[in-house]
Design a protein around this ligand. Structure first.
Ligand SMILES: *Cc1c(COP(=O)(O)O)cnc(C)c1O
Length: 340
């Protein structure tokens, strides 16, 4: 039995990471409010340093390390937002950081992580090959592996978003949170449900490969096929040996919604043309659910915009209105996507 994570852990996280992160703007969206008949607000977390909320959890986990662990350094497996967050936080803390990637990852993603000061090691042809190498490093060199979501300090760090939401919008009634492995929604729901159990917390995933939702329906972690999607940071499974997020999502999340590729593309377009924000597919799924009319009677509603790291060329094609199924297939050509 793993110990429960308490709201207090989120307050401790906030104190630790306060100098390291931006508290991001929370703004009203007249355009989305008009469409939904409610009152819609957006939390612009894609404006976080490194372009996503993953920095919060990574910073909290790194600052919680012992002196000995700091000397030995941290390691992670990621091509995407988790890798960026870890690399950035480690560099700021003066802690060594090694990020593992497969040989198939495109050079620009490797460079993005290297530019943040991490050592990038290329191993094997799959994420699994990389994991074997990470396990070796942890066993032999005593480095600390930091996973993208299923870790108490990561969850507590993401939970600081819950505190910011409550402070900026205490009347909030419904919160839409992009959902993959569930670290983000678990941390946020922990805070919101402690403040008022009547606040509705809704997880939003893409239809193509919504792993956590499939696991919740099955009542246990199950493996789900990963499919090409514009919401690439929401891809990947929750881990068969999931320790925290499966249960927290089961106990704290009220509802789940899925959105199609066309709805995600429409949301990226809406974010650009109506909100003047450059948002990645994964970051836009809450907006997508609202635009598609999939969330009803939501009252004072907050959609969390979780990330903005989108390939510029892909973004341009989306806002130009290119056919999205084709785009998702092309995105899917990248052999390993940012499954974190
Ligand atoms: C990682 C990520 C998510 C999902 O977070 P989980 O904790 O895995 O549920 C959502 N949006 C973006 C932009 C992400 O990078």
């Amino acid at each position: 039995m793993t110990a429960a994570i308490l709201p207090r852990a989120v307050y401790r996280a906030r104190q630790r990471i306060r100098p390291w992160i931006r508290s991001t703007p929370l703004v009203a969206s007249p355009a989305l409010s008009a469409g939904s008949g409610g009152e819609v607000h957006l939390k612009l977390e894609h404006l976080q340093a490194t372009g996503s909320f993953k920095l919060r959890g990574a910073a909290n986990a790194i600052l919680a390390l012992s002196e000995d662990q700091r000397r030995k350094g941290v390691v992670g497996v990621s091509t995407g937002n988790h890798g960026r967050g870890l690399a950035h936080a480690a560099a700021q803390a003066g802690v060594g950081c090694t990020i593992y990637m497969s040989a198939l990852v495109p050079a620009n993603k490797v460079e993005a992580i290297r530019a943040l000061g991490a050592e990038v090691r290329i191993v094997g042809r799959s994420q699994d090959d990389a994991q074997v190498e990470v396990d070796r490093l942890v066993a032999e060199e005593g480095k600390v592996m930091l996973p993208p979501f299923d870790h108490p300090d990561i969850i507590a760090g993401q939970g600081t978003l819950g505190l910011e939401i409550l402070e900026a919008l205490p009347a909030v009634e419904t919160v839409l949170v992009p959902l993959s492995g569930g670290g983000l929604i678990a941390g946020i729901a922990l805070v919101l449900k402690a403040a008022d159990p009547a606040i509705r917390v809704i997880g939003v995933s893409m239809e193509r490969g919504a792993a956590m939702i499939a696991c919740q329906r099955a009542g246990r972690p199950v493996s789900v096929e990963e499919l090409p999607t514009l919401a690439d940071a929401l891809g990947g499974g929750i881990g068969m040996d999931n320790r925290y997020t499966f249960r927290m999502v089961r106990d704290l999340v009220d509802d789940f919604v899925t959105v199609t590729e066309a709805e995600i593309a429409a949301a990226v377009r809406h974010a650009y043309w109506s909100e003047h924000q450059v948002v990645e597919g994964s970051g836009s799924v809450g907006i997508a659910a609202l635009l598609a009319g999939k969330v009803r009677d939501a009252g004072v509603t907050l959609a969390l915009v979780s990330g903005g790291n989108i390939d510029t060329k892909l973004h341009k094609r989306i806002i130009d209105g290119e056919d999205v199924d084709v785009l998702a297939e092309r995105e899917g050509e990248a052999p390993i996507r940012a499954a974190d």
